[in-house]
Design a protein around this ligand. Sequence first.
Ligand SMILES: [Zn+2]
Ligand SMILES: [Zn+2]
Length: 329
Amino acid sequence: MHRFFLSTFTFLIFTIIILPSLIVRGLDMSAPAQSPLEEEAVGTIIKVFQVETGELVEMHLEDYIVGVVAAEMPAEFAEEALKAQAVAARTFVMRRLKVYGGQGCEAHPGADICTDPSHCQGWLSAEEQQQKWGLVNYPRLRDKLAGAVDLTAGLVITHGGELIDAPYHSTCGGHTEDAVQVWGQEIPYLVGVPCPYDFASPRYQEEVSYPLTEVAARLGTPVALPAAGGIGSGLDMAILEKSGTGRIIELEAGGKQFTGLEARERLGLKSTNFQWRLEGENLVFKTIGYGHGVGLCQYGANGMAQEGHTFREILQYYYTGVDIENLYE
Ligand SMILES: [Zn+2]
Ligand SMILES: [Zn+2]
């Protein structure tokens, strides 16, 4: 009787607990392998310099990634887009980790990475996430992002067996850009691709208007030509060179030359893909896209996800010829 009970008990344990887990693991080939090394991935500690507080804080890699996705991508985005962002963010930080021979954050000695989105990548603490989403939405969105990060735990993007540099941006505006046009260096996996997926982005196009005097102040040079014979005035501004995707490489204003990046920065524009027109005493700048345009287009990633593409397909679309690998296998 006693032995019968024990063997029944063992049989039940096997069918109720062990067998289902074997079936699930056996069938779900896309899930990251469960290994002691994966625990190591989750256990990786990184040193994050928090620009807002001036503190250097140590945290677990995967917890850090949740905060990055919260800062860098709208939480309402489709799950596969959030997963793609998580893998890009993980790759971005792993390349900088000092314990793996990375450079760390050059602006903050001792830190692997900082929370300045214009320097390293953005990151939000739990309190900042609550402020951003509101207390009512926070638990749901936090779970959604943590789930997306967890489903990609340990996954990174490689090219030729090396971690890639994984830049991303909000909205490319129809075509991503070659790295060489922005940073002056050819990078085989950062080559521009058509992006028919980001039209729905609220940042697809923007207009800003400045008085001519402010444009002159921002560029440090006069941009209005003196009135000729009392009949109106013209502009001393011209595009000298554009990239194949329409972004300005070089322009001339008031006898000075600027790179597209310099002009964008001085004028506070969303991208280097811009035009202008004179309206009275104002210069109206119309920009297409938001960000440098290199690598992953976030709104494009969301568009691809909504069309049914997986995070792997999204990443392999925006980063040319790359593989997705588990860090610790
Ligand atoms: Zn930094
Ligand atoms: Zn795009």
